[in-house]
Design a protein around this ligand. Structure first.
Ligand code: HEM
Length: 501
């Protein structure tokens, strides 16, 4: 009997402690909410109630895969600033974009967001410290310069050849041509050749099995990384678990590192007749500057190039071609223009010749704009002076971002912004439009691959359009995909083509 009494007393104490703990939690949660809503330095910035009190609101929006579009609609209700997290504001304002993304900016990349892209080592994309960043950039940028890329044009032509062959083969079989997978493989081959040197004996460069694994990693990461961007402690936890249980790590992600390491070793041993590739050039610079990077650090850069440079370029080319292939007037106009520098369907004009074609340039600009490959937030931390914008003061330490899509889809600058209209870029106000066209961002953290991507776009679009035509100009149907930090294509863009005479 005594034992029973003792047990029920203990149970009561236990239940009492649980209730107390629950009440303490409730109190903590209520006080945090009260602080976030009424006392927080961002309290005056409007936004959905749930966004003010927790990160779950934005996570919920982003995981749906349509976040920047949803946020753009919310600006109509809340104005140019929206509080999207307790400590984060998105801003719809071109001037603020130019201030934040300028040369020598003190608005540095936000750690939790950018660390989600980090494997074991930092890389050009996610290094936050400005000095570390410029040291790394100085090692890489010479290979990306326009002068260096002029010597690279043969590699781009060699990389496009298998893509054109694949399309021709399907045409002969009277099958549809899946534009996106074919162009995606071209972009991957081209980057791999750029990074690790060109092997003329093997112009396809990345074998199909490796390409499949790299594409699975590219398909999954924009969605999967969202969890780590919003809940950084899960990244730490996952890394610890991966150390204890290495088999848990998805093989496709590990593959990219293994692949980079194999290619790096191979590029050191190869005696290539063509260009040696970015990594060999970087290693020469490291020796000249008496600096060192480990192989793991070099491979971290190679993974980033695949992530940052493959689907961004491939989607942009595919968007342009898809729209052009459904618009007889524009397609014919572009073909006529290309014939001036490509007398034969197999001609290979220089990059300089292609750059001088106004309608091709207009098509490429419009493709970059409509695709807007970097769709999501690119968060930055407000420096010690704070940020004054649109009548608000955003205090130091807050996080701000301006999705690039806000500028590229600005209705006042680009009427019917989702429509692909190359002729916008041929009008009198083209200069004004250019001041909104920042698909590669701007300032210190502008895309390093911009010139390479533009060269790939020019060559790929010119070769496709000069060589093929649609069997029939069908009405345009929307392109399927999702909007995470980048646009994720979920559409093969299959179409019936014919060879031009
Ligand atoms: C249409 C094609 C492309 C678009 C629209 C694009 C867009 C961008 C944007 C907006 C950024 C800034 C991201 C941020 O602030 O967080 C960026 C950075 C970067 N991009 Fe690209 N990119 C493209 C192609 C490429 C290619 C082909 C490569 C490499 C081969 C590349 C490599 C990088 C790297 C390494 C960075 C980080 C640069 C730094 O922080 O210094 N991108 N890109």
């Amino acid at each position: 009997m005594a034992t029973v009494l003792y047990d029920s007393g203990a149970m009561l104490t236990w239940a009492y402690q649980c209730i107390l703990f629950g009440l303490a939690l409730l109190l903590y949660f209520s006080l945090t909410c009260f602080y976030n809503v009424f006392l927080h330095p961002l309290a005056k910035v409007p936004g959905p109630f749930l966004a003010k009190i927790s990160t779950f609101w934005l996570f919920g929006k982003e995981i749906e895969g349509d976040a920047a579009n949803n946020l753009a609609q919310l600006h109509k209700k809340y104005g140019p600033l929206i509080r999207v997290k307790p400590n984060e504001v998105v801003i719809n304002d071109r001037e603020a974009f130019v201030t934040i993304h300028r040369q020598g900016t003190k608005f540095y990349k936000e750690e939790n967001f950018y660390n989600s892209f980090k494997g074991t080592h930092g890389n050009l994309f996610n290094i936050q410290d400005p000095e570390d960043h410029s040291r790394r950039k100085r090692l890489m940028s010479p290979s990306f310069s326009s002068a260096s890329l002029l010597t690279h044009q043969d590699i781009i032509y060699a990389s496009i050849e298998p893509a054109l062959e694949a399309a021709s083969r399907l045409i002969r079989l009277e099958k549809q041509v899946p534009l996106f997978p074919i162009i995606r493989k071209f972009a991957l081959d081209s980057i791999s050749a750029f990074a690790f040197g060109f092997d003329s004996a093997n112009p396809t460069h990345v074998d199909d099995n490796s390409a499949g694994k790299i594409f699975s990693a590219l398909d999954a990461s924009p969605h999967d990384l969202l969890v780590f961007q919003h809940f950084p402690f899960l990244r730490t936890l996952t890394r610890q678990l991966a150390r204890l249980f290495p088999k848990m790590v998805p093989d496709d992600v590990l593959f990219l590192t293994r692949y980079g390491m194999e290619k790096l070793q191979a590029s050191r041993e190869a005696k290539l007749p063509d260009r040696p590739g970015l990594f060999k050039e970087m290693e020469q610079l490291l020796v000249a500057k008496d600096q060192k990077l480990t192989d793991d650090e070099l491979v971290a850069e190679s993974s980033t190039l695949f992530f940052a440079g493959t689907d961004t370029t491939a989607s942009t080319i595919a968007f342009s071609l898809w729209h052009l292939l459904h618009d007889k007037d524009s397609y014919t106009r572009l073909q006529r223009e290309l014939e001036t520098v490509m007398p034969e369907t197999t001609s290979r004009p220089t990059l300089k010749q292609l750059e001088a074609l106004p309608f091709l340039e207009a098509c490429i600009k419009e493709g970059l704009r409509v695709t807007c490959a970097p769709r999501g937030r690119l968060p930055r931390v407000v420096p010690s002076d704070g940020l004054r914008t649109n009548g608000y003061f955003v205090p130091p330490g807050s996080v701000v971002s301006i999705p690039i899509s806000y500028l590229l889809y600005d209705e006042n600058t680009f009427p019917e912004p989702k429509q692909y209209r190359p002729e916008r870029w041929l009008g009198d106000d083209a200069k004004n439009l250019e001041s909104y066209l920042y698909p590669f961002s701007r300032g210190s953290r502008v895309c390093i691959g911009q010139t390479l991507s533009m060269a790939e776009q020019r060559v790929c679009i010119a070769q496709f359009v000069r060589r093929f035509s649609p069997v029939k100009y069908e009405p345009l149907r929307p392109i399927q995909g999702k909007e995470y930090v980048t646009w994720v294509m979920m559409d093969d863009l299959a179409i019936r083509l014919r060879e031009n005479e």
